[in-house]
Design a protein. Structure first.
Length: 278
């Protein structure tokens, strides 16, 4: 396991924050960015996974967790189980949870996955995820949450979960860019039914689809992206480290992991496939 960018990351982060906030003329005082490291662990080889004629790799075989691990861990924690060919977060299970991720970084790609939630369920699909540890004053390290570094395709029961009514203009409902851009049209199928997500990331252009319809598009690494972050819960006055990491999500190589969220509710994912575009 390799940890990179301890002091360089902090310096670059502070520089990025200052530049971004000046660019958008933010009114809040510039906060101090904690020192942090990005943890690098061994990655799987995509060649070991089946590939179809369209260039998609099936990254979950429906039988075991080959290629998967829990964020910040070397193994899959016990509350993630396999249920009738799907990855299932068991809210009533024993042991640890945590977000689950496929152990391969992607830059430009297309992800397709089917998902469903239990009544009142909440989860998410993260992309360009970094594994980040912040450095405390005493030198100890703290693993930061996945949303600190990764944009989120929201997974939610829009009818029965209260988050659907929070945020702005429905930007916390399913398929939305969480807390930033609402999915329109909002064509979710009800809890207990399978929905199909598609996420395309291509040279900074990100597109979300839900059940076969394009619902939003945006550009990463632009002044507009920075402004969206400042207007969201990830603004620099509240979550300064998250703001810096998201503002340059994917790090210097603009690559990261695909992860599914443990939000404490039952959620299922199946038919998970990825097509690299690089």
């Amino acid at each position: 396991m390799k940890k990179i960018g301890l002091f360089a990351s902090a310096v670059l982060a502070q520089t990025a924050l200052l530049g971004s906030m000046n660019a958008v003329q933010a009114q809040d005082a510039v906060p101090t960015i904690p020192k942090y490291v990005v943890v690098e662990k061994p990655q799987v080889n995509l060649a070991d996974f089946s590939k179809d004629a369209d260039g998609f790799y099936t990254i979950f075989n429906g039988k075991d967790f080959t290629g998967w691990r829990t964020y910040g861990r070397d193994e899959v924690t016990p509350r993630w189980v396999i249920d009738d060919g799907a990855i299932h977060f068991n809210s009533k299970g024993a042991g640890d949870g945590g977000d689950i991720m496929f152990a391969k970084r992607f830059g430009n790609f297309v992800l397709e996955v089917e998902w469903k939630v239990a009544k009142g369920g909440n989860s998410g699909i993260f992309y360009l995820t970094q594994e980040v540890e912040s450095i405390r004053d005493d030198g100890s390290r703290q693993l930061e949450a996945v949303p600190f570094s990764a944009p989120e395709y929201q997974v939610l029961d829009n009818v029965n979960h209260p988050d659907a009514k929070l945020g702005k203009d429905g930007n916390r409902q399913s398929a939305s860019l969480y807390d930033m851009i609402p999915a329109k049209p909002q064509n979710q199928k009800p809890y207990g039914q399978w929905n199909k997500a598609r996420i395309e990331v291509n040279n900074g252009t990100v597109t979300h689809y839900q059940n076969g319809e394009k619902v939003l598009e945006y550009r990463l690494w632009t002044p507009q992206w920075t402004q969206m972050l400042i207007n969201s819960k990830f603004h620099p006055g509240g979550w300064p480290l998250a703001f810096v990491l998201l503002n340059n999500c994917g790090g210097p190589d603009h690559e990261g992991y695909i992860a599914f969220q443990d939000h404490g509710d039952d959620v299922w994912f199946r038919n998970i496939r990825v097509k690299p575009l690089d």
